[in-house]
Design a binder for this molecule. Sequence first.
Ligand code: PMP
Length: 282
Amino acid sequence: TWVLWNDRLVKDGDIQLSKEDRGYQFGDGIYEVIRVYNGSMFTATEHIDRFYESADKIKIVIPYTKDVFHKMVYDLIEANEVTSGQVYIQITRGATPRQHQFPTNTVEAVLTAYTKELQRPVSEMTNGVSVKTVEDIRWLRCDIKSLNLLGSVLAKQEAYEDGCFEALLHRGDSITEGSSTNMYGIKDGVLYTHPATNLILNGITRRVILACCEEIGLPVVEEPMSLASVFLNEEFFMSSTTSEIIPVIMINGRKLGKGLPGDWTQKLQTAFEAKINQAIYA
Ligand code: PMP
């Protein structure tokens, strides 16, 4: 398979990365994951915009226009003949002798991207999953899609060791999001989710879902939900680029409602799928 290494497509084995790459040493970089359905990228513009925004927030300059970059990612997907899959993209502040402060601007950022075949998580989407609540110990710029993922890794591992699919993060009494997903509750015909502040990543899937809510007539309230009130929700679900919409049926080993995917959640899944199909056949 081919990988993107700066502005070149090279064979996977030919990529050369430095031991002093700042991504490797400091997590000094940002990344993005774009879903590919039927050979074409879903919400590519939104993901590429967010990639540039994340880079900008940590003062990494991507040395290509968005259009050129879009084409580079497109060519990678085509070269690898991806049908159902994803593309992972990251950029770091480059390689220099290890020191915390930024290198001089003669040091070039290092861009890498690769693709992977991936099926939709049909079983989880249909049956729902369990989550475990874990204290959110991440930093205060969760709006940046940073390579520093230790807080997420530790939370996910804790959930995983308890047999759960995802961690439901909370800062004190306030629910934020999942380790790599956004979280939503539905109560009395209203959808609640954390506002897009510095405490969460504003998911691209989240944005599509909020548009779907409008379409199906489900009112949205963007405000933090208290951990104490989590079981008052009739429905609960999570979202991400690779998870799409996955119902949460159990929290900390306790069933939510009847312990089945809810009606609104299923309506949202249908509306979301229609958007995927629109994009594929557009
Ligand atoms: N929150 C976090 C912390 C994430 O890492 C992700 C996935 N990258 C999401 C939310 C979901 O974002 P998206 O829908 O853009 O994949």
